[in-house]
Ligand binder design. Structure first.
Ligand SMILES: [Fe+2]
Ligand SMILES: [Fe+2]
Length: 279
């Protein structure tokens, strides 16, 4: 059972639910409900971005998960141009679906954005030359700005960033180096440092590395279910991140499923300094 002095965040992404997936992750979702206070799902919730796939996932989540769920969409969820319907289906199932906004759950702030590609460090694509290149780069910049504005809304002591694309190269290592630029963007890293995020979760890089850190030492976790299965074959395929609970944050088992509110809805809690720890 979750302890009272920490908020346990279970994270798993890239579940790629298909029309035939009904029930496949129910055991995993059941275990998460027993072991965590909140479930975070950083994108690629569906396989082909079909509303029907989202309905299958929503049924499994509704049946098994009795704690708040926070998610962002991934690139696969956009494949069939049904992302708005997918978002509605998941929202109707009680999922806090974030796209440049934030939510507080039991005193912990979660800011979410899909992110975008573009490369890392010196290899980051710049807005130069053809119009198509500039548009591509602008999409990456826009996602970073959305992350920044989402984090700015949070007044909690601890903030968790939820992304689909990677903000650093460290957690995509293991993938072919030729595709690194399509797995994330360093433009997503700067807001993490500026707002002193406690931890970052992302997915998308199915063959990446499970743990990394930003240049300033913020822990970054690739929680793609494929990475977790490959890296920790003897453990259930989710990561638990423990965050110290703010002194004024409360939550009972009765209201655990529904708890969570938009970050703009409340005043800042009492400040307390501690570090997030991950398992
Ligand atoms: Fe994926
Ligand atoms: Fe993806």
């Amino acid at each position: 059972m979750p302890s009272s002095d920490t908020v346990r965040i279970a994270a798993v992404s890239d579940v790629h639910y298909a029309k035939t997936s009904q029930g496949t992750l129910q055991p995993l979702f059941n275990e998460i409900t027993q072991r965590a206070d909140v479930l975070v799902m950083p994108g690629d919730l569906t396989d082909y971005g079909l509303a029907e796939e989202a309905r299958v996932l929503a049924r499994d989540l509704t049946a098994a998960v009795k704690i708040p769920i926070v998610a962002v969409l991934g690139n696969h969820d956009y494949e069939s141009d049904q992302q708005e319907e997918i978002a509605k289906i998941l929202a109707d199932a009680g999922v806090h679906l974030l796209d440049g906004d934030a939510v507080e759950v039991q005193g912990v702030g979660l800011a979410g954005v899909k992110g975008f590609a573009g490369g890392f460090g010196r290899g980051t694509l710049g807005p130069w030359g053809e119009r198509a290149i500039k548009a591509f780069v602008q999409e990456s910049v826009n996602e970073a700005l959305k992350l920044e504005s989402a984090l700015a809304r949070l007044k909690t002591t601890h903030r968790i960033a939820v992304l689909h694309y990677a903000p650093i190269p460290g957690t995509v290592e293991g993938e072919p180096v030729e595709i690194f630029p399509w797995l994330g963007s360093s433009r997503l890293e700067e807001p993490l440092t500026r707002f002193q995020v406690s931890a970052v979760v992302h997915g998308h890089a199915h063959k990446g590395s499970p743990v990394g850190q930003t240049t300033t030492g913020i822990p970054v976790y690739n929680v793609a279910i494929q990475v977790l299965r490959a890296s920790y074959p003897d453990q259930p395929a989710f990561r638990i991140i423990e965050v110290p609970r703010d002194a004024d944050a409360t939550g009972t088992s009765e209201d655990r499923r529904s708890m969570g509110r938009r970050a703009t809805d409340r005043e800042p809690p009492a400040s307390r300094v501690a570090d997030a720890a991950a398992k």
